[in-house]
Design a protein. Structure first.
Length: 133
C-alpha cells in the first residue's frame, strides 16, 4: 500500500491520495527529467529534448517551472567567463550559455504576456535552444 509507505494513512488505515501527495512522491523524477532536458539541449538531441519537455509539461504546475528548471541547469553547466575562479569541464560554453539564457528570458516574457498557447511557445523556444529555426 503506497499510502502506508509514505505515512499517508490515517488511524483508520486508509486515506485517498490526492495530487499533492502524488506530486511529493514523484518530485525527484521531475528533477531528473529537467536534467535530461538540459542534457538534450546541451547535446542538441532534438528527440530526447522533445520527450523530456513533454514529460515536464505534464507534471509541472506551470510552464514557468520548466523554464526556471532549465535556466538553473544552464547556469550550473555553462562555463564561466575567462579569468573566473570556477573550474573548467563545463558542458556548455559561456557564449552558448548566454545564448540559451537569452532565449529562455524571451520565453519567460512570452509565457507571461502572449495569447499563444503555452505548448506552442515552449516548442518554438525548444527549437531555438536546439539551434533549429
Amino acid at each position: 500500500n503506497i499510502a502506508a509507505v509514505y505515512g499517508l494513512e490515517d488511524a483508520g488505515g486508509s486515506k485517498a491520495l490526492g495530487v499533492d501527495e502524488i506530486r511529493d512522491c514523484v518530485a525527484d523524477t521531475a528533477e531528473r527529467t529537467t536534467y535530461h532536458l538540459g542534457e538534450a539541449v546541451a547535446g542538441r538531441q532534438a528527440a530526447a529534448a522533445l520527450l523530456a519537455l513533454e514529460k515536464l509539461t505534464e507534471w509541472a504546475d506551470s510552464p514557468l517551472m520548466v523554464v526556471g528548471g532549465l535556466a538553473a541547469y544552464i547556469r550550473r553547466e555553462a562555463a564561466p567567463p575567462k579569468g573566473s575562479w570556477r573550474s573548467a569541464g563545463s558542458s556548455i560554453s559561456a557564449e552558448e550559455g548566454l545564448r540559451l539564457l537569452s532565449i529562455l528570458a524571451k520565453l519567460d516574457s512570452e509565457l507571461k504576456s502572449s495569447r499563444l498557447p503555452d505548448a506552442i511557445s515552449m516548442r518554438r523556444a525548444l527549437f531555438s535552444l536546439l539551434g533549429m529555426r
